[in-house]
Design a protein around this ligand. Sequence first.
Ligand SMILES: C[S@@+](CC[C@H](N)C(=O)[O-])C[C@H]1O[C@@H](n2cnc3c(N)ncnc32)[C@H](O)[C@@H]1O
Length: 410
Amino acid sequence: MIAEDSPPAMEKVHDMLKPLQSLLTRLHSGSSEILETTPVSAVADPVDVPPNLPDAYCADLQLAAAKYLRWLIDHLEITQDEFVIRGWCLSFAQDPSDIRFLLNGEPFASVEWPIPSDALAEFFGFIPGATQARFTCRQPMKDPKDIFPDGYARLSAVSRLGEHPRSYRTSWYYSDPQSPLPLPNGARMARVVFAEDPHQFILGGATIAKRFDMLLRERFDRPLTSFSRILDWGCGSGRVTRQLMQMGCASITGADIDPDNIQWCRENLKGADFHHLGLNPPTSFADAQFDLVIGISVLTHLSEPDQFRWLAELQRLTKSGGILLLSIRGLVQLSLYKQPSERYVELERQGFLDSGVNVQLGGVIDDQTFYRDVDHSRDYIFANWSQYFDVLDIVDAIASNQDIVILRRR
Ligand SMILES: C[S@@+](CC[C@H](N)C(=O)[O-])C[C@H]1O[C@@H](n2cnc3c(N)ncnc32)[C@H](O)[C@@H]1O
């Protein structure tokens, strides 16, 4: 059992990381590399298991990944004359020959698909297409403007019906690497996304910002740039913040409890404001200061009492009518982290599961028990977060592999 009130001893941390390393090795050999945070399975104790669960629960998790995530890019390469992506795509209902890989709405110049993927088949045993799920797509690059027409490359895997108004939810976006904004070093990236890969840092941040822009247009008929004061709460090393800046958003504030990342953002992402926050509210922000609040993978790390304190603070900071987009770990993330279906059932029963300490912020915050790994059920969100906001919807896997709760300040 990981003690909830004391940091785990180093040898225990080492032991805890062993299964994580083996999971990562398997993922590298054939499936996802996009992990927002430490996989819970690697550190959590088994939950109280109801015996003999039908396979349906496990299949439900895997189908969630096939339907809502659909595909992942785990390798991206840009040379002087070529743009290359590699990854996997789960065609669970479609004939693989119907899947098309598009760059800005047009077929890639060269596509190798489907490629055998034994490791993935082991991971997604209920999805027939998982045995032949890898792809490689290549596009010659004469002029970077062809790949990044509006500063972004839009990457889509579509069925025979082609792109449609909701395709943005499974499209990935990559921002023009010629951006003048510098990238943080590997350690600063890894503290927020668990990987030191600059391509994944850009792909994840750009995808979240572009999908949010489309989501806000779809729901509220407003692009991101129409909001006058945006808070990126828990901005880390500015993975999403930099994209908001590149998209031309007006007044952007990034805030985080990680002093080192905030210092780096202040020095390198000129044009946005950055604030270091204490572990407990209140912050120094004025009442009703923001009309849009984004919080990616922040409430996924707070204990239940801390969650309520911070929801009350976000309520104070948000204008009446203001929108909040806060992420939680949903079925897709449970599936990607290969969580046993018992955990899924336990989550539905309890609503909120705290798996204990997450050591990723070990070197930068004093209270080593503050940063945790937690899961929420949908019922829990509607029942509890409604005390603070109108809970308008929860959208599957739109924030990379996390779900987004759409809230409005009353
Ligand atoms: C998984 S990282 C995600 C960072 C960033 N949102 C992104 O998507 O790249 C979670 C971040 O939340 C920050 N954090 C955790 N609790 C916080 C709190 N109560 N207030 C502000 N930031 C917090 C952490 O320091 C960390 O940078």
